[in-house]
Design a protein around this ligand. Sequence first.
Ligand SMILES: [Zn+2]
Length: 80
Amino acid sequence: MTERLPDPSDVASAVEEKQRELSIQAHLNRPIETPLKIDGVRVCKSCEEIIPHERLQALPLSVRCVYCQNDFDNLNMHKA
Ligand SMILES: [Zn+2]
């Protein structure tokens, strides 16, 4: 038996990442924020850098880049 199924951990990590963010979102009870757009391009609400397309595809509700979102979540968690 030489054939192997694809490594499930490859698939799982992408799903986990998404679920982790969703659970943070639920945990913080974060209101859905209005995305900031400059010239029709979604940008980070904190640093105004363009949010990568892949991030928006994975997390359409993202309003910040991954770095600012981490900072934001950390701040909120410490507050709570
Ligand atoms: Zn940012």
